[in-house]
Design a protein around this ligand. Structure first.
Ligand code: A2P
Length: 280
């Protein structure tokens, strides 16, 4: 089998992305159009979100309107589960998702296994479907999401492409997942941060508000800036044009070491909402 080291699974990813979880139908298309107009060049969808086509439609509209070319925007999709009936069916499901998001006959920039689940055979079947898309150039890079170190180590037993390009995780000051992120860094795996705004839950936090006031920025902007300075790739979600724009306006200020230390101190040490304590 192919060597595990020095694999060519290596692309450049815009440092800020737009997340589309819980955006549906026309409001999803409208939000992605607002994001592209605001300057985002990275959009993160998934089979699970049930908006792959609506997200893709916005990109196609922006291309048709001459706002950008396909190669200017980085599109991510995620496979949710293997399809009953065998590897060919699972591959076909992933290929359909490439075309929903990337356009008929098109490609995606990144395709992830969304959730490790509990079965190795499932992880293996999904990864092999993505490896096939990768070999065919229909996914420019492939990676994982919500994987723990044991899942990534296990991949060495079946993967042709290792390491995965990214591991996309819930990451924000209250959920820093330090051991896991260190493992990823040690292995050259990029980190994408979903729910970088803590799903809105902690936006009124006093510590956060004081850092925001110091910089004349909103709490959401501080959280996104924090993620950027951690070398995560934050993927904030909003359905509101003013917030979409605000969340991209984060390159004209920097948090200092004191701010970072203060925000580092907010960690609760958990594994994220998808991983309650009783799930391995
Ligand atoms: P809305 O879509 O109504 O703007 P996360 O990215 O961590 O998942 O957080 C998304 C949540 O944060 C959504 O509820 C979203 O609501 C809200 N949100 C996004 N941007 C902002 C912002 N700039 N200010 C306040 N709330 C925001």
């Amino acid at each position: 089998s192919a060597p595990l080291a020095n694999n060519p699974n290596n692309v450049s990813i815009p440092r800020l992305g737009f997340g589309v979880y819980q955006l549906y139908s026309q409001s999803c298309t409208d939000a992605v159009l607002a994001a592209l107009a605001a300057g985002y060049r990275h959009v993160d969808s998934a089979q699970l979100y049930r908006n792959e086509s609506e997200t893709g439609a916005a990109v196609q509209q922006a291309i048709a309107a001459g706002q950008l070319r396909r190669e200017d925007v980085f599109l991510t999709n995620k496979i949710r589960n293997p399809v009953p009936g065998g590897p060919e069916k699972t591959y076909q499901s992933a290929l359909d998702s490439v075309h929903k998001l990337g356009g008929d006959g098109g490609y995606v920039d990144l395709f992830l296994v969304h959730i490790p689940g509990t079965k190795r055979e499932a992880r293996e079947e999904m990864w092999q479907a993505l490896e096939k898309l990768y070999a065919e150039g229909k996914a420019k890079a492939i990676g994982v999401s919500n994987f723990r170190p044991q899942h990534i180590e296990e991949m060495k037993e079946y993967a042709q492409v290792w390491p995965p390009q990214v591991n996309q995780l819930e990451l924000h000051p209250w959920c820093q997942q330090r051991e896991l992120t260190q493992y990823c860094r040690d292995n050259g795996i990029l980190l994408q941060a979903y729910s970088p705004l803590s799903c809105g839950e902690h936006l009124a936090d006093e510590t956060l508000s004081s850092v925001a006031a110091k910089h004349g920025k909103s709490p959401a902007q501080v959280l996104i800036r924090y993620g950027l300075q951690k070398d995560w790739i934050p993927l904030p979600k909003s359905g509101k044009p003013d917030r979409i724009k605000q969340n991209s306006d984060v390159f004209d200020f920097a948090l200092d070491d004191d701010d970072m230390t203060t925000l580092d101190g907010l960690d609760k040490g958990g594994k994220g909402a998808l991983f309650p304590a009783n799930v391995k």
